[in-house]
Design a protein around this ligand. Structure first.
Ligand code: NIG
Ligand code: FE
Length: 436
């Protein structure tokens, strides 16, 4: 049991608490505490309030007071003059467990070849599959620890990670075991998802035709039960698209996964419609992408209580339009924003930068963008103890070297945290000259 500590003072704390889960949000709903402190105990937040109030109340209690500047001084660094505290960012959709690079695909796309054409000729996801199959569990773990660390430096403290580049029972298990170990590393909180239904692996394609059902039957019978037995994943995803898994085939698979007790999430309406309606019908936790969705599709999500997840990194990577995020919020949906960090469509992986750009393009308020990368993203993952600064939540917090939280989106990803906490454990990420 770590003893309680009072940490501060912070010029501002943006708590994100008390916001509605659904619909449009105006900035006056944001709680900003000036000159704030946070009391943490055993890796969890006990209180967030004004520094002076907490100090007065806790005087004589014996609780250790940690002034933020001492964390910097202990490393020989001078503390930035202003500090703004926010919840750690939640990235609800990534594919970072991969080996290899797809720089060649990217160059082809710049020359006008489409993502789907590259996939059809054996590149794309199947190319990453070959590299990922060739890597050991240990290699995948090491590569991904670095990606998780890069993500944390940019403020992300909760990361969903999908499999989906193994595409066989054994290789999907290898990926998910590496992902489980990443979660145990303490770098970040990790939420694993099985995406064995990403594309059809080459073994199930033949001149006689594609055997989607046979592949998914194998996954349902031989992989899903082992995920539960080894606690490797409680969530199942499918890429619903004619070029990956068509709606009718995906429906049966996802329904069976649901019957086995898995939460569902769907890669929906990235290039063509159908996936969002299916996600609404099945009551998935989230439907992600939605670049091709119409109002009818968004309303199907609303009826099913499904969170819409926009993936601006994929729009930027593929050079296609953004998810209709403004429309989704105005229709009363919950909107999360995630990076989709993957080697193909979204190689950048900078969530804050991408969310800032989506906000500018779609006219989202600061409250809507912040909710999308914190509390609404947590909700999309079914998490109830991250995404806001409030009592009983995990002390996953980030600190920016600025006096005004509005600078953070304004600087469009160029202002990064100088300090992050995961379960109360601090890590300095200070870069000289990034203060404003
Ligand atoms: O979300 N669209 C399907 N899956 C990923 C891309 C994966 C890849 O290209 O390697 C996505 O964009
Ligand atoms: Fe994705």
């Amino acid at each position: 049991m770590a003893p309680p500590r009072l940490i501060g003072p912070f010029t501002q704390a943006l708590t994100l608490r008390g916001l509605p889960a659904l619909g449009a949000l105006s900035d006056d709903l944001l709680e900003v505490i000036n000159n704030a402190g946070v009391l943490i105990s055993n890796g969890r937040i006990q209180r967030v309030d004004e520094w002076s109030v907490l100090r007065t109340e806790l005087k004589g209690s014996g609780i250790e007071e940690v002034r933020v500047e001492t964390l910097f001084e202990a490393k020989g660094l001078s503390c930035p003059p202003y500090l703004t505290l926010t919840p750690g960012l939640v990235d609800a959709h990534t594919h970072i467990c991969y080996a290899g690079s797809r720089a060649r695909d990217y160059a082809d796309r710049l020359n006008g070849v489409s993502y789907e054409e590259i996939a059809a000729r054996g590149g794309g996801i199947r190319d990453t599959m070959r590299h990922t199959r060739a890597a050991s569990e240990e290699e995948l773990f090491m590569i991904n620890l670095q990606r998780l660390s890069d993500h944390r430096r940019r403020g992300v403290t909760t990361v969903e990670i999908k499999s989906g580049y193994g595409l066989s029972v054994g290789d999907e298990l290898k990926q998910l075991r590496a992902i489980k170990r990443l979660g145990e590393s303490g770098m970040s909180r990790v939420i694993p998802t099985c995406l064995a239904a990403h594309v059809l692996p080459p073994e199930y394609r033949s001149s006689k035709g594609d055997q989607h059902q046979d592949y998914l039957a194998e996954i349902t019978q031989s992989l899903l039960p082992r995920l539960r037995a080894e606690s490797l994943a409680a969530r199942v995803d499918a890429f619903v698209e004619p070029s990956a898994f068509p709606v009718e085939i995906a429906r049966d698979y996802l329904q069976q996964a649901k019957n086995l007790g898995f939460d569902l999430t769907v890669h929906a309406d990235q290039f063509s419609r159908g996936g969002a309606k299916l996600a609404g019908e099945l009551g998935a936790l989230s439907a992600d992408h939605l670049e091709a969705s119409t109002e009818e599709d968004l309303l199907a999500l609303k009826r099913g209580g499904v969170t819409a997840i926009a993936l601006p990194g994929a729009s930027l990577g593929l050079g296609i339009g953004y998810t209709p995020a403004r429309r989704a919020l105005d229709l009363g949906l919950s909107l999360a924003i995630a990076s989709d960090w993957n080697p193909g469509s979204a190689p950048m992986g900078h969530l804050l930068l991408q969310a800032s750009l989506l906000g500018a393009a779609e006219k989202l308020s600061a409250a809507e963008v912040w909710a999308g990368i914190t509390m609404r993203a947590a909700r999309a993952l079914g998490l109830t103890d991250v995404g806001t600064l409030q009592p009983d939540h995990s002390a996953d917090m980030i600190v920016f070297p600025t006096s005004d939280y509005r600078e953070i989106l304004y600087q469009q990803g160029m202002l990064n945290p100088c300090l992050t906490f995961v379960q109360g454990s601090p890590q300095l990420t200070y870069v000289e000259g990034s203060v404003c």
